[in-house]
Design a protein around this ligand. Sequence first.
Ligand SMILES: Cc1cc2nc3c(=O)[nH]c(=O)nc-3n(C[C@H](O)[C@H](O)[C@H](O)COP(=O)(O)OP(=O)(O)OC[C@H]3O[C@@H](n4cnc5c(N)ncnc54)[C@H](O)[C@@H]3O)c2cc1C
Ligand SMILES: *[C@@H]1O[C@H](CO)[C@@H](O)[C@H](O)[C@H]1NC(C)=O
Ligand SMILES: *[C@@H]1O[C@H](CO)[C@@H](O)[C@H](O)[C@H]1NC(C)=O
Ligand SMILES: *[C@@H]1O[C@H](CO)[C@@H](O)[C@H](O)[C@H]1NC(C)=O
Ligand SMILES: *[C@@H]1O[C@H](CO)[C@@H](O)[C@H](O)[C@H]1NC(C)=O
Length: 577
Amino acid sequence: MRALLLLLLPLVLAAGSIPLPPPSGPVHCSAGWSNCTVTNAYGSFNDRKTCHAAKAVYPRTEAELVAAVALAVKEKRKVKVATKNSHSFPKLACPGGSNGMIISTALLNRVVSIDVGRRQMTVESGMLLRDLINKAGAAGLSLPNSPYFYGLTIGGLLATGAHGSSLMGKGGAVHESVVGVRIVTPAPPKSKRFAIVRKLRAHDPDLNAAMVSLGVLGVISQVTLQLEPLFKRKVTFLTNDSDADLAEMVATWGQQHEFGDIMWLPGQGKVVLRKDDRVDVSTPGDGLNNYLGFRSIPTRDIIRQRDQEEQLQKAGSDEALCQASRVLPTVFEQQGFGFSNDGKSFTGYPVVGYQHRIQAAGTCLDGPEDGLVQSCPWNPRINGTFFYNSGLSVALSNATAFIRDVLSLRDRNPNAFCDLDMHVGILFRYIKSSTAYLGKTEDSVDLDITYYRSRVKGTPGLHVDVIDELEQMALYKYGALPHWGKNRNYAFNETKERYPKLCKFLDVKSRFDSDGVFSSEWSDQVLGINGSPIIPGPGCAVEGLCTCTKDSDCAPGYACSSGKVYQDARVCSIPLL
Ligand SMILES: Cc1cc2nc3c(=O)[nH]c(=O)nc-3n(C[C@H](O)[C@H](O)[C@H](O)COP(=O)(O)OP(=O)(O)OC[C@H]3O[C@@H](n4cnc5c(N)ncnc54)[C@H](O)[C@@H]3O)c2cc1C
Ligand SMILES: *[C@@H]1O[C@H](CO)[C@@H](O)[C@H](O)[C@H]1NC(C)=O
Ligand SMILES: *[C@@H]1O[C@H](CO)[C@@H](O)[C@H](O)[C@H]1NC(C)=O
Ligand SMILES: *[C@@H]1O[C@H](CO)[C@@H](O)[C@H](O)[C@H]1NC(C)=O
Ligand SMILES: *[C@@H]1O[C@H](CO)[C@@H](O)[C@H](O)[C@H]1NC(C)=O
């Protein structure tokens, strides 16, 4: 009852003149719109620390957005944009210092215009991918590629370079479809105003900075996307009980299928190939992607599943963990991963459907805001699933050698990979090289993994050494680029050397925001401006805040040792007696 009353309160207040945030957003203020904290959709940044800000604003129009930035500049506050849910893992949404201002784009979620003839659509930056692709679809247009989860906002997903999977056309990243942005920045020093709107159009070189900006250039107000005529896709998932030719397959699959990806269950040695191609709109079929992993689950089941995971981790039996890890992938496979042929039932492959019904999913967001009865599995208001998510892009030219190394690591002890299987394995997706200054420098294959994270600081999961070795192999042996919106801190160490066009990006940053209003400790660390994302201290390697250099960086009982296949890796492992 108390919970119910608390939920009703914001609705009553919303009748007033001040726009209100959704009750479960990432921003919480204790005194009206001041004394705030900001977190992400999981309720925890990598450092497990609370981020404080002095105030939060919820502009509804570009004019209100300009006023908000002007006020912050006038009051000499640092600023960060928070989105409706803030799904990034690193501390991107936290303003610098503790006296900053949060500008939420939760209420900037409308279509500004659709030009059907030129196939362009302009939307406000807080619009969810879900609404964007549906509005485009209704106008007979398709966004050619996108992340697989539609709960992200266009402003947020662009800021981190988010992507789906493709090597054809413009490739897998959404920012390749951007042909214009309106961005609100502090005014140049000699101006009489405090904030201005900059309009960047196609072929403006500064667009290469604004496409993937980490949010440090200003607040993107509107985005114009180049769309394509509505098309359909034909999807089949092919399971192979052998991963013997995975290394060659990863290098070539993306060239054979426009939206192909590969799911690998290394513990079981199984591969699921997603054969996914564009077909003409006249092809019969009204399939729907309602991916199982992004559906609402009753809260009690989420909590029970987490309890089970905790038990398995605590018991430490490979056999039990590996057995349990087979359940989820089997259910996913049997139920066609949540795809249906007609929006209701799955009767077999191929599934044919419109691009906007196939490209992304996330029905756990669509339910009533009753997050206490059922919700997305990662709802921070309950003690549900809690995990790390890493995204690392290896140049396609290095993919085969990289996978061969991972296969030899796996072959030494397949059981060590069961935790990855439990989180539906390793997902390989394709991204093309980009003109974006902070985009991919090469055509790449992105490896995406999700794995156990303890709620207790400093507590390692089982066999973390293989995950550390796998990640470090990608990063340091094969020169992988980390996804800006995923990964643990250490993965961003020395990102500076990995982006040859970083200086061009910083040049735009200094023109748009010379005082670093939109910069934070985190953005300065990852852009190599000031400090390092490494946070040394006892147990730092367990939390991914460092790579270990000594035993005390690991959990008690663990030793900092070299990798088994990639000797230069520094991983925390239990010493053999
Ligand atoms: C379930 C799930 C599935 C995912 N699937 C994929 C996937 O398939 N592919 C993929 O690439 N990624 C995926 N991600 C990661 C995701 O793409 C990124 O974390 C993304 O940045 C989150 O978008 P957001 O709208 O929540 O932005 P936030 O995390 O809130 O913001 C990211 C950054 O952008 C800044 N920002 C946001 N809006 C603006 C604006 N208007 N102007 C200026 N700066 C702004 C913020 O300040 C912050 O610095 C997934 C995440 C989850 C939780
Ligand atoms: C700010 O909020 C915290 C709780 O988040 C509270 O303890 C503190 O008293 C508040 N400070 C002010 C000045 O309101
Ligand atoms: C399954 O994998 C094996 C070995 O990796 C390969 O020879 C075979 O062609 C694959 N089958 C399919 C249907 O992909
Ligand atoms: C989550 O678990 C912790 C520790 O077990 C407990 O203190 C906290 O109250 C729980 N939170 C919720 C929302 O159940
Ligand atoms: C490919 O890997 C080699 C080392 O094996 C590395 O030196 C090189 O930078 C990588 N190539 C790219 C394009 O990242």
